[in-house]
Write a protein that binds this ligand. Structure first.
Ligand code: SAH
Length: 366
């Protein structure tokens, strides 16, 4: 057992089996051994690669999205530009460069980064030095005011509870110890978290459900702030618009799947994002658009034109890189369909860019 597995096993011997959400929180955020505490996980030599690290076009188009949302907000003289889980700061850097087309936007923005990893905070401080960002542990510490929020591959890192449908109803999958190993087991009776499934379809025996309470509460908080102060949020992640009854929790290390219980802290742990839950939480307060596929989102913002512009000034080798990055971001066989974009705006605002033809959901008060 690794030091973190031993510490989790000790906790289980004291308090009994723990939820997968508690296990995930330990594996990702344990102060000494947590995955996000000790290293930079990105890139070919790291564990995974994200859209902003694939191409500058991704952050640039999101920068233009933010600038247009700011204009639709009435161009407030001061607003908070907030990123949840900014990674290496690449997306924000590319976004702010592209948004220079509206100089007043940059002058009005104060940059707030919500980041748990000390290592990534250090990298962001270098990447974004010119923009003097402020760091926070969570949204509640960001000052009030109009806001634009970006979250790319943030929600998938939040801890999920997992349940299995048995003949006796939903049972939570919990982590326990057997033969000196961490193992998964269905809890013998309903746990407190099982109440989270109250509104779920019964499902068929053997179905798996995952619920992310942190995602639901962050979505509610974002939409509440947007309703109160004005603004918009853009969430991009891999996930589903409707649950399919299967497990999506996975561990990835050096671009390969990994057994998620075997070496906590050494592999990234993520679960697909349940966009339906984000949407229903947000629509209590604000107008919600989508989700639409990442392919549609980027095409609507003109990624193909941007790729063409970039290739005009490039060597043949660079052209091939730009074209393959563009394909990777929008092709349905790559990131184009699995990744989705959801936007949430103040109910008085027109639809944000790229979402003009998307389904809208909002609370109707009658
Ligand atoms: N958005 C970046 C990084 C995605 S990886 C990109 O697209 O490249 C997930 C990011 O969220 C990392 O920066 C990670 O440290 C951060 N993170 C994960 N869980 C978090 C939490 N609970 N609070 C704040 N940041 C978190």
């Amino acid at each position: 057992m690794t030091p973190l597995s031993r510490s989790i096993a000790r906790r289980i011997s004291l308090q009994g089996p723990i939820s997968i959400a508690d296990f995930m929180a330990e594996a990702l955020a344990h102060p000494q051994h947590g995955y996000y505490m000790g290293k930079d996980p990105f890139g070919r030599t790291g564990d995974f690669i994200t859209a902003p690290e694939i191409s500058q076009m991704f952050g640039e188009l999101i920068g233009l999205w933010c600038a247009e949302v700011w204009r639709l907000m009435g161009s407030p003289a001061l607003f908070n530009l907030i990123e949840l889980g900014p990674g290496r700061g690449t997306l924000m850097q590319d976004a702010l460069r592209a948004a220079r087309v509206l100089p007043d936007f940059a002058a009005a923005a104060s940059i707030h980064l919500i980041e748990t990893s000390p290592v990534l905070r250090d990298i962001q401080a270098v990447t974004l030095a010119d923009h003097r960002p402020a760091w926070h542990d969570d949204l509640s510490h960001v000052p009030d005011g109009p806001l634009i929020v970006i979250a790319n591959e943030f929600f998938d890192a939040l801890p999920v509870h997992q349940f299995i449908r048995t003949a006796d109803g939903w049972r939570e999958n919990v982590v326990t110890v057997n033969d000196d190993q961490l193992v998964l087991a269905a809890a013998p009776a309903a746990t407190a978290a099982t109440a989270l499934l109250a509104n779920r379809d019964a499902g068929a025996e053997g179905d798996i459900a995952e619920i992310c309470p942190a995602a639901i509460s962050i979505s509610t908080a974002l939409a509440g702030r947007i309703a109160e102060h004005g603004g918009g949020a853009l969430v991009i992640d891999y996930g589903y618009a409707e649950p399919a009854g299967i497990a999506t929790l996975q561990a990835v290390r050096r671009h390969e799947r990994h057994d998620f219980l075997s070496d906590p802290g050494a592999a990234d742990l993520t679960a697909h994002v349940n966009f339906q839950d984000l949407q229903s939480a947000a629509q209590e307060h604000a107008a919600v658009y989508g989700p639409i596929s990442q392919g549609d989102f980027l095409r609507n913002l003109g990624i193909e034109l941007r790729a063409q512009q970039l290739t005009q000034r490039a060597t043949a080798d660079q052209q091939a890189v730009i074209e393959s990055a563009c394909r990777r971001l929008i092709d349905p066989a790559e990131m184009g369909t699995l990744f989705k974009a959801l936007a949430c705006c103040h109910p008085d605002m027109p639809p944000p860019p790229a979402f003009e033809n998307a389904a809208i959901s909002a609370t109707t008060t009658d």
